[in-house]
Design a protein around this ligand. Structure first.
Ligand code: 6PG
Length: 218
């Protein structure tokens, strides 16, 4: 992993937004992270200029099995923070209300044949990324593009893109900020280890963090 340490969460968000902006300006497919951390990056790229969003497709690297407008949905996060500044963008939501395996199968079919130009991902304190959690059978998935998982982080039912799809992404950025992520960052940088799923991402992955999240890095 390529480590990029910024002074604070705002600078880390700006660095992630800069990479999203570059991918969007080139036109293409962008996989989005969920959770809390990426909201500021989405706001910043939504305010960026010179992007023809009609040339961009937005995908979800994972989604919670809830309604699109549910406060827990990653879609709502994106709708509130990114979409207001992305006119004409094509959004590919996950059907979070379908039976999870059926929702995953439908998303797998929709993304089949698509190579992400950029996959933006987060990092959990346990080392998970997207909804690829430690000990999950999803970590062994090699054929399906998306699967349903039962997560240790609420809400439990989720749909996640699988490692083969993330591995194939042209650019990968993992954004993590705050001291709470420091142990996970250190573990992920120690080499591939299924106990820390983000460590299974390809070497070219950029780990974009702030100083607080870097505090355990040797
Ligand atoms: C999700 C995410 C997940 C997230 C990490 C970090 O839907 O929960 O995609 O992988 O990125 O759990 O979450 P925070 O940014 O909230 O710490």
């Amino acid at each position: 992993m390529q480590l990029v340490v910024l002074a604070d969460p705002e600078e880390a968000a700006a660095a992630a937004a800069e990479r999203m902006g570059a991918a969007a300006r080139a036109g293409g497919h962008i996989g989005l992270a969920g959770g809390h951390t990426p909201r500021r990056a989405y706001e910043l790229v939504a305010a960026a200029s010179g992007i023809d969003w009609s040339r961009v497709d937005l995908w979800f690297c994972d989604e919670r099995c809830v309604a699109l407008d549910d406060p827990e949905s990653n879609h709502l996060l994106v709708a509130e923070s990114l979409l207001p500044g992305a006119p004409g963008v094509r959004v590919h939501p996950v059907d979070g209300l379908a039976e999870p395996d059926a929702g995953a199968a439908a998303y797998a079919e929709e993304i089949r044949g698509v190579t992400l130009d950029l996959a933006l991902l987060g990092l959990g304190e346990d080392g998970h990324t997207a909804s690829l959690f430690p000990g999950s059978p999803a970590l062994q998935e090699r054929s399906r593009e998306a699967v349903a998982v039962v997560a240790s982080k609420p809400p439990p039912n989720r749909i996640t893109l699988t490692l083969p799809v993330l591995d194939a992404a042209r650019e990968l950025v993992v954004l993590a900020v705050g001291s709470g992520k420091a142990e996970a960052v250190s573990a992920v940088l120690s080499g591939p280890d299924p106990r820390y799923p983000a460590s299974l991402l390809p070497d070219r992955t950029q780990l974009v963090i702030d100083r607080a999240a870097a505090q355990s890095v040797a």
